[in-house]
Design a protein around this ligand. Structure first.
Ligand code: DC
Length: 238
């Protein structure tokens, strides 16, 4: 694999529905370019977790906004990880139940507003930031924007395989139904609905391997002059 150099400030926005391969693509791209990775889903997940741990209803707007403000003020969010009150939270935030609660919390406009300044501050320098509204709302002036997508069935199959790999006994049809409901919520909410920015490059990952998605992104960034191979001479990506 070639190593790349970022030529000038480069904030890469990666948006798309869950299971489209955003997380993997963002991680691989951040590694390839040695840039910080900022997974914004963790902020919504942590907000949901705080509500859940305290027995509060995630649709109680006042409680949800207070939790988001607490996340904005107290979370230490860096390099793909998030800490709260000094504790690493990442592992606790990954499960399906927290993801579903996060999607409800994320539909509340005041929650999104409370989490916005933190995201913009974190992206002052070059970075790879992934989420749902990065190219449209958080960083509308990002130097590069990708929107990853894949068929509902393939996205559900990927989630099924992940759950299977950790020893669970998931039901594919249940995952399809849950993902459909979550997509619907993320796309139809009034505040920052999930949609590609007009200038985003859409990549359908349904039949692609993660390394192919990475190559596609690197090729595009190199063609647009954002990055160059460290060796200088050739560009094996493109
Ligand atoms: O990417 P994820 O599965 O960790 O995100 C969890 C939920 O948070 C998801 O249902 C949508 C929401 N989210 C959002 O609305 N905006 C973001 N920038 C990131 C996540």
């Amino acid at each position: 694999m070639s190593a790349w150099r970022v030529r000038k400030r480069l904030r890469v926005a990666i948006d798309g529905p869950s299971g489209a391969g955003k997380g993997t693509a963002a991680r691989m791209l951040a590694e390839a370019l040695s840039l910080p990775l900022l997974d914004t889903g963790l902020l919504y997940r942590l907000t949901a977790h705080l509500l859940h741990a305290r027995g509060l209803d995630p649709e109680n707007e006042a409680a949800a906004v207070a939790a988001a403000e607490e996340v904005a003020a107290r979370a230490d969010w860096r390099k793909g990880e998030i800490f709260f009150a000094g504790e690493p939270m990442h592992d606790r935030l990954r499960d399906e139940a927290i993801g579903a609660l996060a999607s409800r919390v994320a539909a509340i406009d005041a929650v999104r507003k409370a989490l916005l300044p933190l995201q913009r501050r974190a992206a002052a320098q070059s970075c790879v930031m992934d989420g749902r509204d990065i190219g449209t709302v958080v960083l509308p002036d990002a130097e590069a924007k990708f929107f990853l997508t894949a068929s509902l069935r393939e996205r559900a199959r990927r989630r099924w395989a992940q759950l299977k790999a950790i020893g669970a006994d998931p039901d594919l049809e249940e995952i399809v139904a849950e993902m459909r409901a979550r997509d619907e919520r993320d796309r139809s909410r009034k505040s920052s609905p999930l949609a590609p920015a007009p200038e985003a490059i859409v990549i359908d990952t349904t039949t692609m391997r993660p390394d192919e998605v990475l190559d596609r992104m690197l090729t595009i960034l190199a063609r647009r002059g954002h990055i160059e191979p460290l060796s200088g001479a050739t560009n094996e990506g493109g």
